[in-house]
Design a binder for this molecule. Structure first.
Ligand SMILES: C[S@@+](CC[C@H](N)C(=O)[O-])C[C@H]1O[C@@H](n2cnc3c(N)ncnc32)[C@H](O)[C@@H]1O
Length: 229
């Protein structure tokens, strides 16, 4: 786990990489769709693995929600805080924390977002993080997760460190877990999956595949009983 965090710290955020000006549209689509009939203002939304805050400012301004972000990269959180401070944005709570051990009380959040953070962990840690997310979500709260599938062009790149798991030294993004269909059903238990979408991205010029993803929209229904690994 330490090596994984160091990869993000040293190869990505200290080099000023992964700082977007715009949020990812599917994150916003998810919130629109999930909260169409709700007023999100004063509701609490958490992004796990929020990185440099690419999605957070839009969530705050479009939905007026109370926005929380955690990331295990100290540098990512520092950069995100600086970006918001420079623009005079307020209403963000950003902390350095591991998704496997969230520093929040039970049932604190109305929605949790994972835009491709959990997939950068070993399978057992993904499982731990999912259970933590379940714990901090209120009943009927929603969880969006975007994960890379085994059909992604990066599958097999780097050093194999486990089943469907690689450590990609070349790009510097650390551990990568690629989800099979079975993983979705087992790893996201005990959430109820209300939508399961599959998307692929292509380079418009070369037509080469750039990414292959599952997007999961899930609901918390009750408490976990017996959990499958
Ligand atoms: C692909 S980036 C996505 C960043 C952000 N969600 C975005 O959409 O711009 C993955 C992020 O997850 C963070 N991350 C990975 N595993 C984590 C964990 N176990 N706990 C906290 N952060 C984690 C990394 O530091 C990195 O910032």
């Amino acid at each position: 786990m330490k090596r994984n965090r160091d990869a993000w710290e040293e190869n990505i955020y200290r080099k000023g990489r992964h700082l977007n000006r715009l949020p990812y549209t599917h994150v916003l689509q998810f919130l629109h769709q999930s909260f169409e009939s709700f007023d999100l203002s004063r509701r609490r939304v958490l992004e796990v693995g929020c990185g440099a805050g690419n999605n957070l400012f839009a969530i705050r301004w479009l939905f007026n929600a109370e926005v929380y972000g955690i990331d295990f990269s100290e540098e990512a959180v520092r950069v995100a805080k600086n970006r918001f401070q420079e623009k005079g944005y307020e209403g963000f709570v950003l902390s350095i924390a591991d998704a496997c051990s969230l520093p929040f009380r039970n049932e604190f959040f109305d929605a949790v977002i994972d835009r491709s953070a959990l997939q950068h962990n070993l399978r057992d840690d993904i499982r731990r993080a999912v259970l933590e997310i379940f714990r901090v979500l209120r009943n009927n709260g929603v969880f969006y997760s975007m994960v890379t599938t085994t059909g992604d062009p990066a599958f097999g790149r780097g050093r194999k460190i486990g089943e469907r798991t690689f450590f990609d030294d070349s790009e510097g993004v650390g551990t990568r877990y690629f989800f099979s269909e079975d993983d979705v059903s087992s790893l996201f238990q005990p959430f109820e999956i209300t939508e399961w979408l599959f998307t692929e991205e292509f380079n418009v010029l070369s037509r080469q595949k750039r990414g292959s993803y599952y997007h999961l929209i899930m609901k918390k229904k009750g408490r976990p009983t017996k959990l499958r690994k």
